[in-house]
Write a protein that binds this ligand. Structure first.
Ligand SMILES: NC(=O)c1ccc[n+]([C@@H]2O[C@H](COP(=O)([O-])OP(=O)(O)OC[C@H]3O[C@@H](n4cnc5c(N)ncnc54)[C@H](O)[C@@H]3O)[C@@H](O)[C@H]2O)c1
Ligand SMILES: O=P(O)(O)OC[C@@H](O)[C@@H](O)[C@H](O)[C@H](O)CO
Length: 421
């Protein structure tokens, strides 16, 4: 006799929705929602989450009361828990729910995971935030904190700038209200969370015996470093392992250059030699050599003790070698035009200022240019067109930064790398 699998259902009232999230996807559910759900005051902090546009995930989560299974993939096996912090899930197009959430007096924190491209001036994120803040002001709502959680340096400052500039152009009194009522928090986030596959959905059901249309698979490691004020309070995230610091920058540079820069190297150079996942590429001796060269170069400019950097590099190798995390290089390769400037170019500039030639960084740039012309992972990047149309390496550099294009030695080294020297 076959039995119908159990479904995820809440058995207790949900916590009040005091957090709003934009960018309901895998990473938010493995990271911010998990920190909230595992904090000792989880009963006081529920999350209303919105997708960018899609409807599927919001529908699946609504059908299971916002609950989902978080599977941690240890090298030796999986462990599962149910995350209960998401109390409502809406498609991004549900503007009524959006305005309602912003007008709520309970709302204290707004978190974001909208990809690097979401912070570009032509993206709709700033518009959505400004519309929400305007609705809040009209409703007489109180102060709150906006907490971006994308891989972007000084992400709090970036959001502050795009939101206040847009508000200023729409209604200068709204811009002043935002300055008085909204705190923009800067964060560094880390937890490798590949997109969930249909096989993962089956694996989660087998592991737990419960049908879940939207499980999330992630690595055991997690890190969250934050700096900024929370004028209306926040969950006790530090009890779940988050760190509150005066300056996020050194942590952010360590992570963006070593982890994300290393990922981009493998995504372009590793996929070009036939690798599909990070775990495959990192066990290839040639890729490891390229990685070590890039890490040695980037490490010179990190304002951190060498022992800390060495320990982080060792931890990264362990995390990436976990064969049970199927992190596809094609996923990491997306939106290179937004990622290269934050992951690679700061090291290029620092090296050139020190009269060094950053050969490891040049390898990443050359591999990315080849990728734009068909090598390795497919190109999925709305900003790629001008770079793909550039007729020389100098023109590619000029699109990023004219000062780099004026550096004759750097241009020559990039041309050499593209000729395969
Ligand atoms: N996956 C990871 O390992 C990881 C780790 C650290 C940080 N991040 C950050 O989180 C982001 C999302 O990763 P994910 O794995 O959750 O991806 P995902 O595809 O599962 O979810 C992304 C969500 O963001 C929404 N979105 C995308 N662009 C948007 C925009 N312009 N405006 C509004 N919403 C938008 C999508 O619709 C979706 O709801 C990454 O781009 C990265 O900046 C991811
Ligand atoms: O998520 P993205 O697209 O910004 O970048 C891809 C990966 O480099 C990234 O997701 C890392 O896995 C993550 O930043 C680890 O915390």
């Amino acid at each position: 006799m076959t039995t119908t699998p159990a479904r995820l259902r809440r058995t207790a009232p949900p916590p009040p929705a005091r957090i709003l999230h934009l960018g309901l996807g895998s990473f938010f559910r493995a990271h911010q929602a998990w920190y909230t759900a595992t904090a000792p005051d989880a009963h006081s902090w529920g999350i209303t989450a919105f997708t960018g546009r899609s409807t599927g995930l919001a529908e699946s989560l609504t059908a299971q009361d916002g609950l989902y299974t978080l599977v941690k993939r240890w090298p030796e096996g999986d462990t599962a828990s149910v995350v209960a912090s998401v109390v409502a899930a809406h498609p991004g197009a549900d503007t009524d729910a959006w305005v309602r959430a912003w007008r709520s007096r309970e709302l204290a924190v707004v978190t974001l995971t909208v990809t690097e491209a979401g912070y570009l001036p032509n993206a709709t994120v700033a518009e959505r935030l400004v519309s929400g803040l305007a609705a809040r002001r009209t409703a007489g709502g109180g102060p709150l904190a906006v907490v971006p959680c994308d891989n972007l340096p000084a992400n709090g400052e970036v959001v502050r700038r795009v939101v206040t500039e847009l508000a200023e152009s729409v209604d200068p009194t709204l811009a002043r209200w935002i300055t008085d009522h909204v705190s923009f928090v800067t964060t560094m986030v880390d937890r490798i969370t590949p997109a969930t596959t249909p096989d993962d959905v089956n694996a989660a059901a087998e592991l737990t015996g419960v049908a879940d249309a939207a499980p999330v698979f992630t690595e055991p490691y997690t890190e969250w470093v934050l700096s900024g004020d929370f004028p209306a309070g926040r969950p006790l995230w530090e009890e779940s392992g988050a760190r509150f610091v005066a300056d996020v920058e050194p942590h952010e540079q360590r992570k963006l250059w070593l982890l994300n820069g290393g990922h981009s190297l493998l995504a372009y150079a590793g996929s070009a030699v036939g690798h599909e996942t990070v775990a495959d590429a990192v066990t290839d001796p040639a890729c490891r050599r390229w990685l070590d060269q890039w890490w040695d170069e980037a490490a010179r400019y990190l304002p951190l003790p060498p022992t800390e950097i060495t320990a982080y590099r060792g931890a990264l190798l362990d995390r990436w070698a976990n064969p049970r995390i199927q992190h596809r290089l094609a996923q990491i390769a997306t939106d290179g035009s937004q990622k290269i400037p934050v992951r690679v170019l700061p090291v290029v500039r620092a090296a050139r200022a020190a009269h060094r030639m950053p050969t490891g960084a040049i390898r990443i740039l050359a591999a990315w240019i080849r990728h734009l012309h068909g090598a390795g992972a497919p190109v999925r990047d709305a900003g790629a067109a001008p770079f793909a149309a550039a007729t020389s390496p100098r023109d590619v550099l000029a699109l990023f930064d004219p000062a780099l294009a004026a550096d004759e030695d750097l241009v020559a080294a990039l041309e050499d790398a593209l000729r395969g020297h």
